[in-house]
Write a protein that binds this ligand. Structure first.
Ligand code: GLN
Length: 486
């Protein structure tokens, strides 16, 4: 087995044909992690930034993973395997697994042990998945490079002097580096699609509500969605099918309606003017893909009329998201859970715990969030941003109503950047220009790798983003599979 290229589809066939066991497969991944990811820390995970390896993982569950693999082998032997039985998967460090640490890569939750399973985990456990470990991320999913992790950054397997993207950078690096067959990420403004693009993997941000958020450490509750990072579009669909569905524990979750199978090829609309924000060679890969899709029979409308509001969606996002994040993070007070710094008064416990526990980017967003929600400013900022968000959502509905089935853009304006290159927060925020509108509108989008561009002699992957209307995942998988082929 070649772990750098193996897919879930291939592993499923091999496991069911008994070419190798789930235990052998798991051991192969554990060995790859040992070889590439740096020294494995002993439990419980402490600080281990600055390691030699990729550092995709914050913690690897070797023994438990082997036990899970053995159980999967028994199930396969009984002929009862589900699509993901015995498949080794990595989980972003913001999803709860009972009895294991989930830290959101923050000091404030460094030793927090989850007391229940997130719904996505329950669903994966039912299929008999093997959980390899928890992956590194930007603290509380705030960032686009994984540099905001309290435990040291993750490196891009394609060039270790560059970031893997973020905030699900550890998950993308694990998949791309042959250290997991698939991984779960979460996407609030691009955190699945952007790292997938920068690492050459496939990333799906599902329709808002399609996947339960129960047991996901919240960032912006009206924007967050869990989704898969995989090596192929078919694998993305397998994982999505395993985790989707209405969940009574998340009142915003929904059951997506079955899409009637449309025989005809979907019409592709190009957000041309918007896409021009990308660097020249990234745009060249994008245009080449469009050309090939046309040649294979697709109708490509280039350009489609689209609102100029798209260019301003970052402004709306960076008000709505910190507003929600500041509210969600209020629960980390040194009393309920996580870090608690002793002090004379309760007020000092709050202040000291939060001052020591949260990193600079998280503190920045709490400040912005509380400011835009405060009396006297909420009308000027928060309410205007939510009104703009509604307008962006309507604009997408309108564009799709005009006979276009999917919209496309590059996933990111540039390939992977170097560590420290975007130390200025605004430069970092701009990396999400193409991904953020999708979260504001609550619609699904898929990033598929489309070749590489050269930076200092290294071939760096770039992604092609396909956006569908609400509940349009099936269309994304269909077009995505063709993008993968052409
Ligand atoms: N990079 C964006 C941010 O920093 C998106 C993060 C995310 O999707 N979790 O907010």
């Amino acid at each position: 087995m070649n772990l750098e290229t193996l897919t879930i589809v291939e592993a499923r066939m091999a496991l069911d044909a008994k070419e190798y066991s789930a235990l052998e497969l798991t051991n192969a991944y554990l060995e790859a992690i040992r070889a590439k990811d740096g020294d494995l820390p002993a439990l419980p995970a402490g600080r281990h930034g600055g390691r030699q390896g990729i550092h995709a993982y914050l913690e690897v569950w070797e023994e438990v993973a082997r036990a899970e693999a053995k159980r999967a082998d028994e199930r396969i032997a009984r002929g009862e395997s589900a699509p993901l039985t015995g498949i080794p998967v990595a989980v972003k460090d913001n999803m709860l697994i009972e009895g294991r640490i989930a830290s959101a890569a923050s000091k404030i939750l460094e030793n927090y042990v989850a007391s229940y399973d997130a719904t996505v985990i329950t669903k994966l456990k039912q299929q008999g998945v093997v959980f390899l470990g928890r992956t590194n991320m930007d603290e509380f999913a705030m960032g686009s490079s994984t540099e905001n992790s309290a435990f040291g950054a993750t490196k891009n397997p394609h060039d270790t002097s560059r970031v893997p993207g973020g905030s699900s950078g550890g998950s993308a690096a694990a998949v791309s580096g042959g250290m997991a067959l698939a991984a779960l990420g979460s996407d609030t403004g691009g955190s699945i699609r952007q790292p997938a693009a920068l690492c050459g993997s496939v990333g799906l941000k599902p329709t808002y509500g399609a996947v339960s958020r129960y047991g996901l450490i919240a960032m912006g509750s009206s924007l967050d969605q869990i989704g898969p990072i995989t090596r192929s579009v078919s694998d993305s669909r397998i994982v999505f099918d395993a985790i989707r569905g209405r969940d009574p524990k998340d009142s915003t979750s929904i059951e997506l309606a079955e899409h009637s199978k449309n025989k005809k090829l979907p019409v592709i609309g190009v957000l041309r003017r918007f896409s021009e924000h990308a660097e020249k060679d990234v745009l060249a890969r994008f245009n080449e893909t469009l050309k090939k899709l046309r040649a294979s029979g697709y109708e490509v409308r280039d350009p489609v009329e689209a609102s100029t509001l798209l260019d301003d969606s970052l402004a709306a996002y960076y008000i709505v998201m910190p507003a929600e994040a500041s509210t969600n993070l209020a629960r980390y007070d040194g009393i309920r859970c996580g870090l608690s710094v002793p002090a004379e008064t309760i007020g000092d416990v709050y202040a000291k715990t939060r001052g020591e526990g949260f990193g600079p980017e998280v503190r920045r967003r709490i400040l912005i969030g509380t400011f835009v929600l405060s009396a006297g400013y909420a009308d000027a900022y928060y309410r205007r941003a939510t009104a703009m968000r509604e307008k962006i959502r309507e604009d997408f509905v309108h564009t799709f109503a005009n006979g276009v089935d999917v919209l496309v853009t590059p996933t990111t304006p540039s390939p992977a950047f170097t560590f420290g290159e975007k130390a200025d927060s605004l430069a970092m925020y701009a990396a999400d220009i193409f991904t953020v509108p999708v979260n504001l509108a609550g619609i699904p989008a898929l990033s598929v790798p489309v070749g590489t561009v050269d930076r200092e002699g290294k071939n760096l992957p770039v992604g092609f983003q396909i956006i569908a209307p609400h509940g349009g995942e099936e269309t994304l998988f269909a077009v995505g599979a063709d993008v993968e082929k052409v």
